[in-house]
Design a protein around this ligand. Sequence first.
Ligand code: 173
Length: 320
Amino acid sequence: MRLATIVGIGLFAAALAPSASAQEVTLRAVTAFAEGTQSSIFFERFIEKVNKEGKGLVQINYIGGPRAMPPFEVGNAIRTKVIDIANVPGAFYTNLMVEADAHKLLRKSMAEQRKNGTFDLLNQIHNQKVNAWYLARQLQNVPFHLYLTKKIDKLDLTGLKLRVTPVYRDLVESLGGNPITTAPGEVYTALERGVVDGYGWPAYGIFDLSWDKVTKYRLDPGFYSVEVNVLMNLDVWKGLNDAQRKFLTDAAAWLEGLEPEYAALAKSELERQAKAGIQPIDFGPAESKKFLDRAYEVGWASVIKRSSEHGPKLKSMDGN
Ligand code: 173
């Protein structure tokens, strides 16, 4: 009896001892966007790839999107290790890291950002302020747009209320509009009820949650560069072994390298918008240039005002 117990305990201990399979770590993942929508699908493919190729090394348990966690809480949940890995735009965690708003302003390619130190600097700021490891960026080179339910006849949003996040706030204000911050999940209802007259959003994705049904116009040109980041809790990252970190770094490079697919998605979505009768509003090259210049000017001014430490450096590293 006693021997059996001891043997039993021995077996139990053996099961807990480090072994090849005990090296496998399972990361809990959340996305800040609804599951299956276009801001989540590339991250979901990343998870699939990791789970397929990372057996015995790294697995990801996909908890889900805003039904599991409010989108503006995701940055903080990474910081406090409530979750281990997340799909989240910088715009949703500017409360922790004001510089997260600068991702959208960077015009250098991700390859260049990784080469010239921009990526490392952003990673360091993530380490310090979000307790996060900046693993990858997705959906770069796709612009944002302002979408409207009312026609405008000049580049002036006076009297209009627009749904925003930090991505669009400064621009909308500078055009005289009234910005109202909401999570993506509230956009449809806000439009339907006339609480807002439009919204900011990427070139893709307006069909995901049926916003096309309550959208009439798209203001052109698009501006900035979409940014959806993959972040990991820094303690979890440091707790991984070299093979696990290399595996995730390689998977992140694969994800970042899907750039042609991001561009193709944006292109096909603009075609789909045209077919759905969403009318572009375009005031011609001179006004468009003024609009873009203003977008970058107010965007950088806002980052620099809030981060005198890193704002000017990020701007100059981007060649501005
Ligand atoms: O509009 C938004 O909610 C937003 O800021 C964003 C950022 C990146 C991708 C999609 C939306």
